[in-house]
Design a protein around this ligand. Structure first.
Ligand code: UT7
Length: 351
């Protein structure tokens, strides 16, 4: 029995101004706009300036979410960042963000579960609020995947982009958390991973990291594809069952934006009409933990998602991992942050 309700009261999001188009990628690797469009649905991705860090995106997204919720950073009881690309392996990105928001002493930690991170963070935040531990939690999904993307590997470099999205989750009379399903299967990490920089291939040991390009995302694309379609549909069904709902009750699905074909196949398996599915992959590519809050932010901003709607947020990613949350939309405002490249970085290339 939960003591309290939880509601999202503000959303913020941003993407860096630099853009990498399919035509730009044609100049880097043996690919084509036609192949990328047909196989992924992607046209552009936003790429951070060379000196940029994930906190450069996470902080504006967080400030925007605070503004939308009408709160100051000091009003927040806990900060959770979902990211696979923190500024440093440690300390946590959330600690850096807290300091840049001007708060000291606020508990702050990261969730490391790749593209499923925002769904895990929302479930964690809602649980902390519903149990009475905290009254307000700032959750952020932020990534600079361009920093770990191998721009000589056509199988991966066309997919990834940078961005951040954030939400304020607060104690509320009406509980908007209706159900969730989280899961993971780590039996073969190499299906989708960043090999270098951990204890297996530490940065400090010989030249192996650079020689084998271990500091870049490695992926078995087709295996991930099959896993994604089956698991996103199954996870959505599990979360709906826990909420006591069926697919007919869904007003909108906000899926992780990994590949348009994965999204289309998932909602087809669920029997959900395409008009109920939020897709912005053409503009942003796959921004991992940031993709769901950015898509959610744009859908609320455009007036598509309205107060009272039943929204399913569903993701999959490295781990392998998956997760879905069924959430009643309480009509929270959204603020988009318009980022400028800092003056000191002006004149440098897009990536
Ligand atoms: O957040 C999770 C992150 N990862 C994912 O979501 C990835 C999930 N997987 C996918 O999205 C798809 O598997 C990809 C988009 C990565 C690849 O699409 P696919 O339809 O599974 O292509 P494929 O791997 O079966 O490759 C088909 C062909 C191959 O050539 P051959 O062997 O048929 O001659 C590839 O070498 O396409 C080739 N290919 C490319 N051609 C042009 C692979 N990448 C490219 C490219 N441009 N960028």
């Amino acid at each position: 029995m939960n003591a309290y309700g939880a509601a999202i009261t503000g959303v913020g999001f941003c993407a860096p101004p630099g853009v990498l188009t399919n035509e730009d990628l044609e100049k880097l690797v043996d690919t084509s706009d036609e192949w990328i469009t047909q196989r992924t649905g992607m046209k552009r991705r936003h790429i951070i300036w060379p000196e940029g860090t994930t906190s450069d995106l996470a902080v504006p997204a967080a400030k925007s979410a605070l503004q939308a919720a009408g709160l100051a950073a000091k009003d927040i009881d806990c900060i959770i960042c979902a990211t696979a690309t923190p500024d440093y392996p440690f300390p946590a990105l959330a600690c850096i963000v807290a300091a840049q928001l001007g708060v000291q002493g606020t508990p702050a930690f990261d969730i490391s579960i790749a593209c499923s991170g925002f769904v895990y963070a929302l479930t964690t935040a809602a649980s902390l609020i519903r149990s009475g531990v905290f009254r307000s939690v700032l959750i952020i999904g932020a990534e600079t995947l361009s920093k770990i993307t191998d721009y000589t590997d056509r199988a991966t470099c066309v997919l990834f982009g940078d961005g951040a999205g954030a939400a304020i989750v607060e104690r509320a009379d009406e509980d908007c958390f209706l159900g969730a399903d989280l899961g993971a299967d780590g039996s073969d990490p190499s299906v989708l991973y960043l090999p270098g920089g951990g204890s297996k291939f530490p940065y400090n040991k010989n030249g192996e990291l650079a020689d084998k390009r271990l500091g870049y995302i490695k992926m078995q694309g087709q295996s991930v594809f099959k896993f994604a379609v089956n698991q996103m549909a199954a996870s959505t069904r599990n979360a709906l069952a826990r909420a006591g709902l069926t697919t007919a009750d869904i007003d909108f699905v906000v899926p992780h934006q990994a590949n348009l074909r994965i999204v289309d196949a998932t909602i087809k398996m669920l029997g959900v009409p395409q008009a109920k599915c939020i897709v912005n992959i053409a503009e942003y590519g796959n921004t991992s933990a940031a993709s769901i809050p950015i898509a959610l932010g744009e859908a609320v901003e455009s007036g598509l998602i309205k107060k009272g709607n039943v929204v399913v947020l569903v993701a999959f990613g490295g781990g392998l991992s998956w997760g879905s949350v069924v959430w009643r939309w309480s009509g929270a405002p959204v603020v988009r942050a318009h980022l400028q490249r800092p003056a000191a970085a002006a004149g440098a290339g897009a990536h």
